[in-house]
Design a protein around this ligand. Sequence first.
Ligand code: NAD
Ligand code: LMR
Length: 327
Amino acid sequence: MNLPLRVAVTGAAGQIGYSLLFRIASGAMFGPDQPVILQLIEAPVEKAMKALEGVAMELDDCAFPLLKGIVMTDQAEVGFRDANWCLLVGAKPRGPGMERADLLKDNGRIFITQGRIIDAVAADNARVAVVGNPANTNCMIAASQAKRLPPERFTAMVRLDQNRAQSQLAKKAGVDLTAVHSIFIYGNHSPTMFPAYAHASIKGRLATEIITDTAWLQGPFCETVGKRGAAIIAARGASSAASAANALVDHVHDLMTPGTVHSIAVKSDGSYGFDPHVWAGMPVRTTTEGSYEIIHGYAMDDFAKSKLAATNKELVEERAFVADMLT
Ligand code: NAD
Ligand code: LMR
């Protein structure tokens, strides 16, 4: 048996937390041979801490063999101490009629504080995955506070969008989900994101040879994936939670599995026209556990270039909006 990994989770008593923690403790995130210690962090609010106690009781009641300990705290310094993975979920979700960027000023502050504390107390090999919205810019904010941990250790989640895109392509083509590969998300986790359908494959052929309806690919497909979060809020009255937790399991699992190619939001290296100061979704290949390289060189047609430019513009604007927080 390996030594336990310390996994810090913020917002642990929230909606996503309630779906996420059980998947981590069962081995879905780090595999069946990897024990974990959950370090659960909540806001210093009585109701939230009380709810967290209930969640911890349920974790105990699952008798997960891989779960070797639970820390519950409202002190980030305690919760992030020696953490190998810091999963930053805790933040306000948007309500109906809001865009994720409307959360920036409120949620951004959380990530300033947490970025500083993680840098000070987490393990030397710490990795950070940001889910709290707007995820790309919050990730950039957290990374901006780090002096010890390099920026590539900070990633944000666009995996929910990748999973949504895979599912939509499979439905349209009338094939099983597992026949769809290489659909990657570029840019912001917002309606401007670009699911690059031209590089996807279905049953081993180019997706565009199977789905020849270009108007659907450029219109309803991009729109459905980009606005799926809002559609779920409209239907459920609350933002996606189980599918978000599932996507975070995929994000971290694939980052821990060398050779896997998947979409995550990372610090731009200027490729695909992204400003080098923003965190943008793009395809990466996991190299060693927790590390990755950006995959360069996917050709982009004029439509794709215009979508990349639009999502980059939004990321640059979000960065400008929080510039005063970064200093
Ligand atoms: P929620 O309101 O149910 O839970 C959030 C939890 O975070 C609450 O329990 C709250 O007390 C806690 N919290 C707030 N500030 C905190 C802090 N400083 N430290 C620790 N905990 C804190 O919300 P949710 O539905 O679980 O969503 C959480 C976030 O994830 C939202 O911002 C939401 O928009 C985002 N989200 C992102 C994606 C994505 O794909 N990136 C998908 C779904 C949701
Ligand atoms: C989602 O994509 O479902 C989440 O980011 C929640 C939201 O606000 O849309």
